[in-house]
Design a protein around this ligand. Structure first.
Ligand SMILES: *[C@@H]1O[C@H](CO)[C@@H](O)[C@H](O)[C@H]1NC(C)=O
Ligand SMILES: *[C@@H]1O[C@H](CO)[C@@H](O)[C@H](O)[C@H]1NC(C)=O
Ligand SMILES: *[C@@H]1O[C@H](CO)[C@@H](O)[C@H](O)[C@H]1NC(C)=O
Ligand SMILES: *[C@@H]1O[C@H](CO)[C@@H](O)[C@H](O)[C@H]1NC(C)=O
Ligand SMILES: *[C@@H]1O[C@H](CO)[C@@H](O)[C@H](O)[C@H]1NC(C)=O
Ligand SMILES: *[C@@H]1O[C@H](CO)[C@@H](O)[C@H](O)[C@H]1NC(C)=O
Ligand SMILES: *[C@@H]1O[C@H](CO)[C@@H](O)[C@H](O)[C@H]1NC(C)=O
Ligand SMILES: *[C@@H]1O[C@H](CO)[C@@H](O)[C@H](O)[C@H]1NC(C)=O
Ligand SMILES: *[C@@H]1O[C@H](CO)[C@@H](O)[C@H](O)[C@H]1NC(C)=O
Ligand SMILES: *[C@@H]1O[C@H](CO)[C@@H](O)[C@H](O)[C@H]1NC(C)=O
Length: 512
C-alpha cells in the first residue's frame, strides 16, 4: 500500500510523535510543602512506556518535593567514584520474595468520586492509575458491600433470617459505580488482579445484631451461610467479567473486639476464624466455580501478626487453606519489622501482602493536604520498609476522595492519592500518587527482590532492588539527608556509576 499524505495520516503522525513524549504536569501549589498535578477532561500528565537502554547505560526517573514528577534522564556506567560516601552494592545472587504488585482500593467513595467527573476526566483518572502511560497498577482491592468509605451502611442481604440468601443482591454502588470502572480498568491493564474483603456479615448473622464492631462476632449457626454469601458475591461479579484472584477472611478482625471502633466491622477470635476457614470458607471455595481463588488472612495491623496468625494456624487445615497473610500499615512505626521476618520464616509458603494504607492525621488542619510531600515520604518509607521484609506488594486505600475526605457516612478523615473536585471537573494527583508510581510502574509482577547492601549504616538513604522477569535491574532510592553525600551504585556484572540525589527525592533507576 502506498503511503499518502492524507489529512488522517498527518494527524496520525502528529498523534504518535506526541504520544511518545511525556505530557508534562500542570502543577499547583496549595502551600502544603509540595505540589499536585492538575488534570481535567482534556488534559492530564502522563509518562510514556519506557525502553530500558542497552547494556552500559541506565535510565533514571526522579520525583521530588519541588515538583517535576517522574522526570527521566539517562546515564552511563562510567566506573563511578569508588570513594563516594555511600556504596550501594547489588548482589543479584542473593534473592528474596517474588512481587505480586501494587494498587489501590475501589471503595464506594472512590467510585462515586470518579463517577462525579466528566467522561473525559474519568478516563484520565483510570489511565493515570492503570494505563501504560500511568502507574500501571496491577492490584485492586474490592470491598464486599459497605465500609467506612461508603455513603450508607449496608450489606448485600439485609433481610433478617434470609438463610437461603434468596434476597441477596448487589447494590447500586456495585452496578452503577464500581463494576463499570473495574471493567474499564481491566481493559486498560489486562494483568490487573482483583481481591476482595468483607467488612462485616449482615447484622442478623452476628452476636450483636449490628453492622458495627462492638463485640459483634459471627454466630456459629451462620458460619456456612456467610461462606455462601461470599461465594454469591464472587458469582455475581464473575457474571460481569470480574473474577477474584484472592479473597480475604475479613477486614481488620481484631478491631471488631475493640469497643471504640465505630465503623462497619466484625470481630473474630483466631480460633473462630480458623474453624470457619477450615470447615466453611475453604471447602466452599474449593467446591465452587472459584476454586482457583486464593484465601488470605489477618488483613489487619502488623502488630497482630504475632498472636493472631500463630493461634489461627494451630488449626492445620485452616493453615493449609490459607495462601497468604495481609497486613495494614497503620501504626507500622510502632511495631517491629522483625514480625514480618519471623512470619516469613515461620510460614515461608505463605505470601505477605500489604493491603491497606492511608494517611490519617487527626491533628492536621485539613484531613486532605493537597500537595503535601511529607505524606508521600511516609508512603515511600513504608513501601521500602515492607519490601525489605518479605512483603510482596503494597496497596493504597481509596483510589479517590473529595477535598473533604469524603463522601463517607462516618465522616472518616483520611487523605488519598487522587483528590477529585467535581465542581471544577478537575482532579489532583498528589505526591503520594507519584510515590507509589515509582514502584508500581517499574517493578512488574514476578520481579524478585535482590540484595542491595549499603557500605555503611546510613539511615538517611533508603533503597531496594529487584530483577524483573526480563532480567532488568530496578533500583528505588530515596534521599532524606540534608548533608552533602555521593552514592555509588556498584553492580558486579555491569560496573559502577555515581549519583548526586536531590534532597527529598525518589529515584527509580533501570538498566539491562
Ligand atoms: C484543562 O486543562 C488544560 C491544561 O491545564 C487547560 O488548558 C484547559 O483549559 C482545561 N480545560 C478546562 C475545561 O478547564
Ligand atoms: C566499583 O565499586 C566497587 C566498590 O567500591 C569497587 O570495589 C570496584 O573496583 C569498582 N569497579 C570499577 C570498575 O570501578
Ligand atoms: C569522590 O567522592 C569523594 C567523597 O565523597 C569526594 O571527596 C571526591 O571529590 C569525589 N571525586 C570525584 C571525582 O567526584
Ligand atoms: C458453575 O457455573 C455454572 C455455569 O454458570 C453453573 O451451571 C454451576 O451451577 C456453577 N457451579 C457451582 C458449584 O456454583
Ligand atoms: C515464629 O515462631 C517462633 C517459634 O515457634 C515463635 O516464638 C514466634 O512467636 C513466631 N513468630 C511469628 C510472628 O509468628
Ligand atoms: C496440610 O498440608 C500438609 C502438607 O501438604 C499435609 O501433610 C497435611 O496432612 C495437611 N493437614 C490437614 C489437616 O489437611
Ligand atoms: C499532623 O499534622 C500536624 C499539623 O500539620 C503536623 O505538625 C504533624 O507533624 C502531623 N503528624 C504526622 C504524624 O504526620
Ligand atoms: C457526619 O457529619 C454530618 C455533618 O456534619 C453529621 O450530621 C453526621 O452526624 C456525622 N456522622 C457521624 C457518624 O459522625
Ligand atoms: C534471566 O537470567 C537467568 C539467569 O542468568 C536466565 O536463566 C534466564 O533465561 C534469563 N531470562 C531472560 C528472560 O532473559
Ligand atoms: C541528598 O540531598 C542533599 C541535599 O540536597 C545533598 O546534599 C546530598 O548530597 C544528597 N545525598 C545523596 C546521597 O545524593
Amino acid at each position: 500500500m502506498k503511503w499518502k499524505l492524507t489529512r488522517r495520516n498527518i494527524l496520525l503522525l502528529i498523534c504518535c510523535i506526541y504520544a511518545a513524549e511525556a505530557t508534562p504536569c500542570i502543577s499547583r501549589d496549595y502551600g502544603n510543602g509540595g505540589t499536585v498535578c492538575v488534570c481535567n477532561g482534556t488534559y492530564c500528565d502522563s509518562t510514556p512506556e519506557y525502553e530500558v537502554p542497552d547494556v552500559g547505560s541506565y535510565i533514571r526517573y526522579t520525583s521530588s518535593e519541588d515538583g517535576l514528577p517522574l522526570s527521566m534522564t539517562q546515564g552511563v556506567f562510567d566506573d563511578g567514584n569508588t570513594s563516594a560516601d555511600i556504596i550501594l552494592r547489588l548482589e543479584p545472587d542473593i534473592t528474596y520474595q517474588r512481587i505480586h504488585g501494587f494498587g489501590g482500593a475501589m471503595t464506594d467513595s472512590a467510585a462515586i468520586n470518579i463517577k462525579s467527573l466528566s467522561e473525559g476526566a474519568q478516563e484520565n483518572v483510570l489511565r493515570s492509575y492503570f494505563g501504560e502511560e500511568g502507574s500501571e497498577y496491577n492490584l485492586v482491592r474490592v470491598p464486599i458491600a459497605g465500609t467506612d468509605y461508603s455513603i450508607r451502611i449496608y450489606t448485600y442481604d439485609d433481610y433478617d433470617g434470609d438463610v437461603s440468601l434468596e434476597k441477596f443482591s448487589l447494590a447500586d454502588e456495585d452496578l452503577i459505580y464500581k463494576i463499570p470502572l473495574m471493567q474499564k480498568a481491566l481493559e486498560l491493564n489486562p494483568r490487573l488482579r482483583f481481591f476482595a474483603a468483607s467488612w462485616t456479615a449482615p447484622s442478623w448473622m452476628k452476636t450483636n445484631d449490628y453492622y458495627l464492631c462492638q463485640d459483634g462476632f459471627l454466630l456459629e449457626e451462620y458460619y456456612q451461610v456467610y461462606a455462601d454469601y461470599i461465594i454469591k458475591f464472587m458469582d455475581e461479579y464473575k457474571e460481569h467479567g470480574l473474577e477474584m484472584w484472592a479473597i480475604s477472611t475479613g477486614n481488620e478482625p481484631v478491631n471488631g473486639i475493640l469497643p471504640e471502633s465505630i465503623y462497619n466491622c466484625m470481630a473474630w477470635t483466631p480460633q473462630g476464624i480458623a474453624n470457619w476457614v477450615a470447615e466453611n470458607l475453604g471447602p466452599t471455595i474449593s467446591r465452587s466455580n472459584h476454586s482457583e481463588t486464593l484465601i488470605f488472612t489477618l488483613d489487619d495491623q502488623r502488630s497482630r501478626l504475632s498472636w493472631f496468625v500463630e493461634e489461627m494456624f494451630e488449626n492445620e487445615l485452616a493453615k493449609n487453606y490459607t495462601a497468604g497473610i495481609a497486613v495494614h500499615w497503620y501504626f507500622d512505626q510502632m511495631s517491629s519489622t522483625n514480625l514480618l521476618d519471623e512470619t516469613h520464616s515461620n510460614y515461608s509458603d505463605k505470601f505477605l501482602l500489604l493491603t491497606e494504607a492511608a494517611i490519617w492525621n487527626a491533628t492536621a488542619d485539613t484531613y486532605v493536604s493537597l500537595g503535601c510531600w511529607d505524606r508521600a515520604e511516609q508512603y515511600i518509607l513504608d513501601i521500602i520498609e515492607n519490601l525489605e521484609h518479605w512483603v510482596t506488594g503494597w496497596v493504597d486505600w481509596n483510589l479517590a476522595l473529595d477535598i473533604d475526605s469524603g463522601p463517607a457516612w462516618d465522616n472518616n478523615t483520611l487523605d488519598a492519592s487522587i483528590v477529585v473536585n467535581a465542581d471544577e471537573d478537575e482532579f489532583y494527583k498528589q505526591p503520594m500518587f507519584y510515590a507509589i508510581a515509582h514502584f508500581s510502574k517499574f517493578i512488574p509482577r514476578e520481579s524478585v527482590r535482590v540484595e542491595l547492601s549499603m557500605s555503611q549504616d546510613e539511615t538517611s538513604v533508603k533503597s531496594v532492588a529487584f530483577k524483573t522477569p526480563e532480567n532488568e535491574t530496578v533500583l528505588v532510592i530515596y534521599n532524606m539527608s540534608t548533608e552533602e553525600q555521593q552514592v555509588t551504585v556498584s553492580d558486579p556484572e555491569r560496573g559502577n556509576f555515581t549519583l548526586q540525589l536531590p534532597y527529598k527525592s525518589i529515584q527509580t533507576i533501570l538498566y539491562k
